[in-house]
Design a protein around this ligand. Structure first.
Ligand code: HSE
Length: 434
């Protein structure tokens, strides 16, 4: 029986989940692969000892102790962040080690460099744990959908944001309290602005887009808006319009260009993505052969993400044993086939819009707003105004028919400059027949 040795750098939430997965499933993995996967060393600076279940695993102080150990086949990086993760991974690759990481920030910003180094050295890089926690999204794209042209990839990729929106919807909690809860539950990023401002979602979308479309893309090319401007009143109006607000990542291959955007979205309740609650994630892949496929499940957490990282370790171990390293290209396409493609500007988008205008409650205000919208070719589907506060600001909510992003932006510039409009208009795109 062949043994594959694993060195783990980082013993936080996901690291401890991986260790548990490899130890508790050792026999099952052996029955499935014929291989003994042995976690031999863990590098964790802040620990003085390992838990008793990991007796036999050596605790070392730094990543060099793993990189310089010739018996280690697979180097697993789970410390997160850009440095020292990037340097350690490059050193591990240079030392001929295969690499597994769940580091979405690093891959989305420095993936090109890391994958090129790995290809030059003939080692594998696994990164299933970087997107969608325990959901095997990357394997589905790289292998299950290998015969398809991907037409669209869209979904809920941040558990914290989805948890906050769910708690605001179901329990009517204010944003800040829902965020505090998510932080207590342990799936928020160290810097929660990554979760609530859509940055983490953009990192994950960039990774999925590279594999789906065989293209280079950095998170900076993705138009990104977060959920921190969403107020309970928007959640209530969304309910009245038969929708739920979700932080969606959306990409579509629209021919020459590719759409790439992350923003709060009104999702009709009949759509499956509207029913994804709590910290769960869900992604819809549209293949030209398969049509729509939706995968959903735990998007974060110790054991789900530990399971995804373990799956990469098993894949690489199998390839080593079969003499088939590099059988599936790391990014699904051959490195030389990964191309630059133009990203469609957000201004070119068309979809229905939700507009919450804070306007003075007095005669003629709505007529003026309607005239501005119609002047920009925007047609109104419905209007709601709740309550009556004469000459005071009230929320006037307008749902438009499909309209051009550019036209809506121009109309809102005019509307927001009216002296009867008291605050910037909140605008949420609706999932429609874009
Ligand atoms: N902060 C991330 C989330 C963790 O909330 O989804 C998983 O990547």
């Amino acid at each position: 029986m062949q043994t594959i040795n694993i060195g783990l750098f980082g013993f936080g939430t996901v690291g401890s989940g991986l260790a548990e997965a490899l130890c508790s499933q050792h026999e099952r993995i052996l029955r499935r692969s014929g291989l003994s996967l042995k976690l031999t060393k863990i590098a964790a600076r802040s620990l003085s000892s390992l838990p008793p279940q990991l007796a036999g695993v050596e605790l070392v102080k730094d990543a060099d102790a793993l990189i310089n150990d010739p018996s280690i086949h697979i180097f697993v990086e789970l410390i997160g962040g850009i440095e020292p993760a990037r340097t350690c991974i490059l050193k591990a690759i240079a030392a001929g080690k295969h690499v597994v990481t769940a580091n979405k920030a690093l891959l989305s910003q420095h993936g090109k460099e890391l994958f090129a180094a790995a290809a030059a050295k003939g080692v594998e890089v696994g990164f299933e744990g970087s997107v969608g926690g325990g959901i095997p999204l990357i394997k589905a794209l790289k292998e299950g959908l290998a015969a398809n042209k991907l037409l669209a990839v869209m979904g809920i990729l941040n558990g914290t944001a989805n948890y906050i929106l769910t708690r605001m919807t179901e329990e009517r909690l204010p944003f800040a309290e829902a965020l505090r809860e998510a932080q207590r539950l342990g799936f928020a990023e160290a810097d929660p602005t990554y979760d609530v401002e859509g940055i983490d979602t953009a990192h994950k979308l960039a990774i999925l887009m590279t594999i789906a479309y065989g293209m280079n893309i950095s998170p900076q090319q993705i138009a990104t808006e977060g959920i921190s401007t969403i107020e309970p009143v928007d959640i209530e109006f969304a309910r009245e319009f038969g929708c739920r607000i979700k932080l969606l990542a959306v990409s579509r291959d629209i021919g020459g260009a590719v759409e790439a955007r992350v923003h709060p979205t009104m999702v009709p309740t009949a759509h499956l993505l509207a029913s994804i609650s709590g910290a769960n994630n869900a992604v819809e892949f549209c293949g030209d052969l398969t049509g729509s496929i939706i995968l959903s499940g735990a998007g974060a957490g110790r054991l789900p993400t530990g399971s995804a990282v373990a799956a990469d370790v098993i894949d690489i171990a199998r390839n080593i044993a079969a003499g088939a390293v590099g059988r599936v290209p790391a990014l699904s396409y051959l490195p030389e086939q990964i191309v630059d493609r133009p990203i469609a500007p957000l201004s070119a988008l068309s979809c229905p819009f939700y507009l919450r205008i804070t306007a003075l409650d007095k005669p003629g205000v709505l007529a003026k707003i309607a005239a501005i919208l119609s002047g920009h070719g925007i047609s109104i589907e419905s209007v709601i105004q709740k309550g009556r506060r004469e000459n005071e600001p009230v929320a006037v909510v307008i749902l438009t028919h499909t309209a051009k992003e550019e036209a809506v932006a121009a109309a809102l510039r005019e509307i927001d400059s009216l002296d009867t409009v008291a605050a910037p208009t909140v605008r949420i795109r609706m999932l429609g027949e874009e």
